[in-house]
Design a protein around this ligand. Structure first.
Ligand code: GLN
Ligand code: ZN
Length: 769
């Protein structure tokens, strides 16, 4: 197929770019500032250099318009709170005295004041700081950051487009401030917020911004008629404001659905749409709505959240269709490139053949520029790039890595019975009780024990070649010995080996499964200065050999008490990795589940009577639209059951999830058919236990009684109090005693005391039964 030149030039842009620099310079500078080793001025200078570098990179790659204001020292939603003057009361004095220190205090808290709450940015692994609003909130415009960054890009001679979190999304992401009624709706503040946005927009216009982008990803979620009406009002007001720049409203992460006609009809000048994955339905919806006559359409045809090269010919075809639907069409990534690593070319350990299938932020920008050129000048102008792209896509599609016949055949042969335990829960519970002989209120932990500096140092030495494999294994064995010995002394009932050998609960398994890739430099911001390197699900997944059996077996050899085998579940393996775009997620989940199933069966054969399969990500991967949730939950729960159903009735399967709010997945939790579930509950005073009881959850439950997010050690009385609250909801035969989550981030002295108190509390209550 050839695409003819477009009537007008097609341009390329992005909504945002990785902030950290090629060597995570931003993280390092901020952390040095926190430690007092870098001055505020030096930090701000580093930040400005990193911004300038990124813009130059984008311009040199051929982008026509660079985004500004998407940069952040911590989080762009926190920046928006600052921009609209929504500084919480408790932070105001410190912020006024020293805005930079005050900014970080809002993000991280101080000895005296609590930070803003942090939560996930839609269904990504980025976390934002939740705005705190109330009826008394007084908004006031503070456009300094936006104006300064716009000015910096202009000074480099670039065409720049400021990007702001839109007012509707900002309010929908907010929560009632402390002390404000829980039913307060931040969206009720819209009419007060709009003049502040209008002021910021006018200021940007006055500085020379032709276009300003307002991001409204919240409109890709299910929205009530009242919320859609609010969006309609917001853009009527902003769109008819005096002295305004041209407005581009951007929505990404899913299709706009009923919000599409609202925005299409609004008096704004352009829309940026996500056209990847399920959001590709925006294309038909846009055509059905009559297109965007007279407006600019920024077409997000390159996936901004994944690491795979684009199918350029397919994108060209999509773009060619779009040309007829709007006045001007630009090519963009579907969302900010914040969610992908910076540069695939920095990877030295990935097979060069596979590297050609990968596109991180820099490669995606090149794709956008190529697509824009192909549309502007006709596809002949990019014939060489198209040929190379076709060859790379073909090599990926035909590779034995992406198509392992044995894996495919096994996955295709799965029947429903494979995902069902051999006996119903009550029978299993009896068999397990007989086999394990645990006391009522059995005590256990969630898996990890402190990851000490010595352990991390040993791993670094191993990587650097200063420690050999045997020496490293010896250190891990010593750690396991100490962990087991401590647990016996403390009197815990079900022990763990402590996970000392695991760098990360996903990466450890990814490194041992065929079809998974690890990166060296693939850092992605999780929150603030925390960056993670998600592994890449590149091909069909299989397990060449057991991954945990030796360590668990070693731990079991040291004690008479049961040692719990410890695995990361298939849904979490997917959620914290980059997934394939050439296979439905449910299929990949099934492959991972079958590999883990073999591990579960091997653990059982090696003597494990208790095996835990962690699924902390089950809820966070829930699709944004309710209509898509049942299909997700169906494959997700099937994958968990497939992982765990291969064992005998008297082998006890545990699962663990790190949150306290799970109302919307209660059914799914039941569908996992695990024998025991542990959840976070200490902070909510066992709320989880009451909710599970109210829903008649029939199995055993371990609501956490030790908040591991804090260095605080609870005393035995406090744990007794929590357990009494638990017992009011769940009978003693079904109640476990455990911390909220793993102990890897805690220090040994705290852990020793806290677990000793936890056992003591369980013993006290057993005495009363
Ligand atoms: N077993 C893991 C641990 O204890 C679970 C971690 C998690 O739930 N995120 O570290
Ligand atoms: Zn957890």
């Amino acid at each position: 197929m050839t695409t003819k030149p477009a009537a007008a030039a097609v341009r390329a842009t992005v909504h945002g770019y990785p902030r950290q620099g090629s060597d995570r310079q931003l993280k390092k500078a901020i952390e040095r500032y926190w430690k007092g080793r870098l001055t505020a001025d030096a930090l701000l200078a580093t930040a400005a250099e990193l911004r300038a570098d990124a813009w130059r990179q984008l311009a040199e790659a051929g982008l026509d318009e660079v985004p500004t204001g998407d940069f952040s020292l911590y989080d762009h939603v926190l920046d928006t709170s600052v921009m609209v003057g929504a500084i919480p009361e408790r932070h105001r004095a410190a912020y006024a005295a020293d805005p930079l220190a005050g900014y970080f205090a809002m993000a991280r808290g101080t000895q005296e004041v609590a930070p803003l709450e942090m939560t996930k940015w839609f269904d990504t692994n980025y976390h934002y700081l939740v705005p705190e609003l109330g009826p008394d909130t007084v908004f006031a415009a503070d456009p300094a950051k936006q104006l300064a960054e716009f000015g910096e890009a202009r000074a480099l001679g670039l065409t720049a487009r400021p990007v702001l979190v839109g007012p509707v999304t900002y309010l929908l992401l907010a929560k009632p401030a402390p002390g404000v009624a829980a039913d307060f709706e931040p969206l009720s503040l819209l009419d007060r917020l709009l003049p502040v946005y209008a002021e910021v927009l006018a200021d940007l216009r006055a500085r020379g911004a032709e276009w300003v982008q307002l991001d409204e990803p919240a409109l890709t979620q299910d929205r009530t008629p009242a919320e859609l009406a609010a969006a309609e009002r917001a853009y009527r007001v902003l769109g008819t404001g005096a002295d305004r720049p041209r407005l581009l409203v951007a929505a990404y992460f899913d299709r706009l659905g009923e919000a599409l006609p609202v925005l299409a009809k609004a008096p704004v000048d352009g829309l940026a749409l996500d056209l990847t994955g399920p959001a590709a339905r925006n294309l038909d919806d846009l055509a059905a709505a009559g297109g965007l006559p007279g407006k600019r359409l920024v077409a997000g045809v390159v996936d901004g959240r994944n690491v795979w090269i684009n199918d350029l010919e397919r994108s060209l075809a999509t773009l060619a269709t779009l040309l007829g639907l709007a006045d001007r069409v630009d090519v963009a990534a579907s969302c900010s490139l914040l969610h992908v690593p910076l540069d695939a070319a920095a990877e030295r350990d990935i097979d060069p053949q596979i590297l050609r299938w990968l596109a991180f932020a820099r490669q995606k920008v090149t794709e956008l520029v190529t697509l824009a050129r192909g549309l502007t000048r006709g596809s002949d102008a990019i014939a060489a790039q198209l040929a190379a792209n076709r060859a790379d896509l073909a090599s990926r599609a035909g590779s034995p890595i992406t198509h392992d016949p044995a894996v495919r055949a096994r996955a295709a042969a799965v029947v429903p019975a494979d995902a069902r335990r051999s006996a119903p829960y009550p029978e299993r519970a009896a068999a397990q009780r007989a086999r394990l002989g645990l006391p009522p209120l059995p005590t256990t932990t969630i898996g990890s024990f402190p990851q000490t500096t010595e352990l991390r140092a040993a791993r670094a030495e191993l990587r650097a070649g200063r420690l050999d494999e045997a020496g490293y294994q010896e250190r891990v064995r010593r750690e396991i010995q100490e962990t087991i010995a401590f647990q016996e002394r403390a009197g815990l009932d079900v022990l763990v080996h402590g996970e000392p050998e695991r760098n990360d609960m996903v990466q450890y398994f990814a490194e041992r499964l065929t079809g998974y890739l690890a990166t060296q430099h693939g850092w992605v911001q999780s929150y603030g200065t925390r960056y993670v390197r998600p592994p890449i699900l590149a091909g069909d997944i299989s397990r060449p050999e057991p991954m945990t059996v030796a360590w668990t077996g070693y731990a079991q050899s040291l004690t008479e008490r049961p040692v719990k085998g410890m695995l990361t579940g298939p849904v979490t393996m997917l959620a914290w990795s980059f997934v394939r775009d050439d296979l439905p997620r449910g299929e990949t989940a099934r492959q991972v589940a079958l590999a883990l199933r073999d591990e579960v069966v091997d653990l059982e054969a090696a003597g494990s009577a208790v095996i835990q399969v962690d699924e902390p990500a089950l809820r966070e991967t829930l699709p944004l639209r309710a209509a898509d949730q049942p299909a997700y939950l169906a494959w997700a729960t099937e994958a968990f059951r497939l992982t765990t159903a291969g064992v005998r009735a008297d082998t006890q399967i545990h699962t663990h999830m790190c949150y306290a709010e799970f109302g919307d997945i209660l059914r799914a939790i039941d569908d996992l058919d695990a024998d025991v579930i542990s959840l976070e509950a200490a902070r909510s005073h066992m709320q989880v236990a009451r909710e599970l009881a109210a829903a008649h959850y029939p199995r055993e439950v371990g609501p956490g009684v030790y908040d591991i997010h804090s260095p605080r050690v609870p005393d035995p009385d406090e744990v007794v109090g929590l357990l009494r609250a638990g017992l009011a909801a769940i009978p003693a035969e079904r109640l476990w005693v455990n911390p909220d989550c793993g102990l890897k981030t805690r220090a040994w002295p705290e852990v020793r005391d806290a677990l000793t108190h936890l056992v003591k509390a369980a013993e006290t209550l057993r005495g009363e039964l």
